[in-house]
Design a protein around this ligand. Sequence first.
Ligand code: SAH
Length: 244
Amino acid sequence: MKLLRIFLLFFCLLAVYAAEAADTSEYARQRQGMVDEIAADARRLVRHIDKDSVSDHVMQVMGTVPRHLFVPAEQRRYAYENRPLPIGYGQTISQPYIVALMTDLLQPRPDHKVLEIGTGSGYQAAVLSGLVDQVYSIEIISELGQRSTQTLKELGYDNVTTRVADGYDGWPEQAPFDSIIVTAGISHIPPPLIRQLKNGGTMVIPVGTRFQTQQLTLVNKDHTGAISTRQIIPVIFVPFTGGH
Ligand code: SAH
């Protein structure tokens, strides 16, 4: 009788393990589908981004980050569709292609220190985590900030440091940054962020009117500190909020 119980327990555990493994490989299959779609989008948008692909390294990392663990449970089955998804509090996790494009525009390098404004789900920070030395990310909604901090910690993204604050002022204690990524739409480029960008650094930011299409803008600060900007493609991001 006792032996039977032990056997039953063993089989139950085996079944749970097999179900989890099947689940993981199903998500991995879907994730590869997402990466293929990003590649197709990049080829389609070649005239905007001056190249027909997102760098291999960025694509490789996009193929490993478990996007399904950054979205609420009820959105999980859509996690690898190439579109934004709601993450609560009126906010969204960006479309994977846009995450890949913005990441690529930052030209991430293993020795880089990057600032993100708008942690949201933590997904963009996780993607950057695999490409640079240190990621600092600021979120204004404390519930989202706490949730993404927890997710990033549980998944072992140890080089991401988060804070709940208004990102308009950047993170002066950690400045300067090799690059800055802003994931909420704003009417102008915040001067504190320009100041906190290193000479030779890059910023990617959606600039435009609230609730309308913005222009994904690439900002370069050259070695003399002079600023130049280039509009990449029209995008729609949630609004940059706070006191500015
Ligand atoms: N990068 C996120 C996308 C989140 S959407 C991801 O990968 O999921 C943009 C986020 O910017 C929202 O969570 C919003 O609350 C946040 N945000 C808006 N204004 C902000 C501000 N002034 N400072 C910091 N975060 C802000």
